[in-house]
Write a protein that binds this ligand. Sequence first.
Ligand code: GRF
Length: 212
Amino acid sequence: MKRLVVLVSGQGSNLQAILDACQQGRIHGSVAAVFSNKAEAYGLTRARDAGVPAHVLTADQFADRESFDRQLMLEIDAYAPDLVILAGYMRILSAAFVARYAGRMLNIHPSLLPKYPGLHTHRQAIENGDEEHGTSVHFVTEELDGGPVILQAKVPVFAGDTEEDVTARVQHQEHAIYPLVVSWFVDGRVKMQDGAAWLDNQPLPPEGYAGN
Ligand code: GRF
């Protein structure tokens, strides 16, 4: 059984999708621990409800990003994870943190990368009149939201949609594709090599598997 560590900052609905997939045997692994940089994150409650150790490290306990991440790495490594999963973890990562988990750290970002890295992706899609929006699961590299994409899911944007409408539509897809990609990783089917994501020994195009 592969060991997963999940980092959250908020609701943790993607965490829940991964916990459920582990419990249902769709992911051949288990969540060993959950970490949050926000004490009030509902994701912590979801972890505890699932019997998973839940830890909080807040920025005010540390002098700088490097010391925060050093302590976080120590605590994560105590669980010897095969994979570190960022699931709504709203913190810039230090270079040392990214390097430590290179090739075994995933993120989900709510846009069709490389479009809209950073914040407020749904708002930008609506304001720009996009008819299509979505979400991307990617390996984490030093470039913010810039690592190789493994899988994307697209959703339509309809005239009159609010940000909430689009968020809900995107999140519905996230809860399907994130556990799927985690299962691929856990089964040894996906890896990062030569700056690209590979699935079943084939390099994936920039849009990931969905782009085929
Ligand atoms: C998701 O939409 C994810 O794409 C983004 O943050 C959101 C987290 O939602 N990175 P949740 O905490 O998993 O409910």
